[in-house]
Unconditional design. Structure first.
Length: 167
């Protein structure tokens, strides 16, 4: 079956949970989480929920595990905590849960980021993969990075990703 055939059979709308990881933001000041929600909704997808937790691996992991237990959540999109500072721990929390990695996501995101911001893109540990048959995506906390990933990578492939993850 061709890529076009796969995409034609993919769901047009998927249910996503948004998790912002930040020590400083609140839901009111979370422009990245809001951008994800707005972009998903504009593309016809459903936001099943949204929350914010401190950048603590146990809090991040626990929140992800609770969402994996919800049968109506197909995708979990996280923003924040993907850098290399001592407080950035989202990558460790997410990667420990992944059963299958989608290495191409991180590679493509860093390539697109390099075009936008230059060599600083190498410090992003954005990643994606599967856990419990669900898609997990971890994005940087910067709104511009979130918009880049959502518009250029995730929105165009979200239904296809879910379709393939559930086969």
């Amino acid at each position: 079956m061709s890529q076009a055939d796969h995409k034609a059979r993919a769901p047009h709308s998927v249910r996503c949970f948004i998790l912002t990881v930040s020590d400083t933001r609140t839901l009111d000041t979370d422009t990245s989480g809001r951008a994800i929600a707005d972009l998903l909704t504009a593309a016809g997808h459903e936001v099943a929920g949204r929350t914010l937790v401190k950048d603590d691996p146990e809090l991040v992991r626990g929140t992800i595990e609770r969402q994996l237990a919800h049968p109506d959540v197909q995708v979990i999109i996280m923003t924040g905590g993907t850098g290399i500072t001592s407080r950035d721990s989202t990558y460790e929390a997410v990667s420990a849960l992944l059963e299958k990695r989608i290495d191409g996501f991180g590679e493509l995101f860093r390539m697109l980021s390099f075009e936008a911001i230059g060599p600083a893109a190498m410090m992003s540990r954005a990643c994606a993969g599967l856990a419990a048959g669900r898609i997990l995506v971890s994005l940087p906390g910067a709104e511009a990075a979130v918009r880049l990933a959502m518009e250029r990578l995730l929105i165009p492939e979200l239904g296809h990703l879910v379709q393939q993850a559930t086969r």
